[in-house]
Design a binder for this molecule. Structure first.
Ligand SMILES: [Ca+2]
Length: 295
């Protein structure tokens, strides 16, 4: 039951985080940003963002100007009770590396995606209590919206392969495979949010291509978001629902279970496949080579 509770908490908090449109916020904060040169993008990272990271965040990495930072707090729900915060940070760096270099040639597949990540986002790992002030500070000082993996709430299963789960179809927004590693989902949402900031096809609104496909599925009785909406007291936002729908479809496809998708869901898959550099799979053991250890 504890797992069930945690998944619900995970969905609820993920929904709250995703319900804000980070691009709108970033635009509003644009004036607060210092312009940075190409040279600093390559060699210096973002000193302003680094200055916001407290010493208790012992692990700081960057890929280009996109920062991944974490504490040494142990993840609360994991496969072993001796898992360390460092392991979560390192796996996040590997997942982002793999998402950015899906063909594994050691080069970022789509520099536009990396730029969007660095310009608009950072990724943080640790307990909710430790993360909140840092999320707020980074947003305020740099305009980067922080997407987080809350390791005191959400499950970290580093050996999860993303395959082998039973599935008869994605019926609702609450569906996740049992024993799923929540870190995959948070990193994936960061990637799709970055596309949302740099690619007009990646819109989650009601009139958007993705929004219309989800609406089709709901109208056909194939998919439900009302159960989650009720659980969240009517606050389950449409864009968040589309984002989670996209993630579920991606997850099912990368597990080799595309046949279980509806016609609309297969169209979502086509949009992903048509997006330049979009990672259709992820390798949790991707090497750390394209990242720089800052701390
Ligand atoms: Ca590549």
């Amino acid at each position: 039951m504890r797992m069930r509770f945690n998944i619900q908490m995970f969905l609820l908090l993920a929904a709250i985080l995703l319900s804000q449109n980070p691009c709108d916020w970033t635009v509003a904060q644009e004036l607060a940003k210092q312009p940075r040169t190409e040279a600093s993008f390559d060699h210096l990272g973002n000193p302003k963002l680094e200055a916001c990271i407290p010493a208790r965040f012992k692990y700081v990495y960057r890929i280009g100007d996109f920062y991944i930072l974490g504490t040494d707090e142990r993840p609360r729900e994991s496969d072993r009770n001796d898992r360390q915060g460092k392991e979560v940070v390192l796996q996040a760096v590997r997942l982002f590396g793999s998402f950015l270099d899906a063909n594994e040639d050691g080069k970022v597949d789509d520099p536009k995606l990396l730029k969007s990540l660095g310009d608009n986002f950072a990724f943080a790992i640790g307990s909710d209590r430790r993360l909140r002030p840092v999320e707020e500070l980074i947003e305020r000082k740099t305009g980067c919206y922080v997407i987080s993996m809350k390791t005191d709430i959400w499950p970290f299963f580093p050996n999860w392969s993303g395959t082998g789960f039973p599935l008869s179809g994605i019926k609702d927004s609450m569906w996740r495979p049992d024993s799923m590693n929540a870190l995959w989902e948070e990193c994936f949402h960061t990637i799709t949010e970055a596309y949302r900031c740099c690619d007009e096809e990646w819109d989650f609104g009601k009139k958007s291509r993705l929004g219309l496909l989800m609406a089709e599925d709901i109208a056909a009785g194939n998919y439900d978001i009302e159960k989650q909406n009720k659980m969240e007291g009517g606050d389950y936002d449409w864009a968040t629902a589309v984002n989670e729908y996209v993630h579920q479809i991606w997850l099912v496809n990368q597990a080799g279970k595309k046949a279980a998708l509806t016609k609309s869901q297969k169209q979502v898959l086509k949009l992903m496949q048509a997006t330049r550099g979009f990672p259709m799979k992820v390798n949790p053991n991707y090497p750390l080579d394209i990242s720089i250890r800052v701390r």
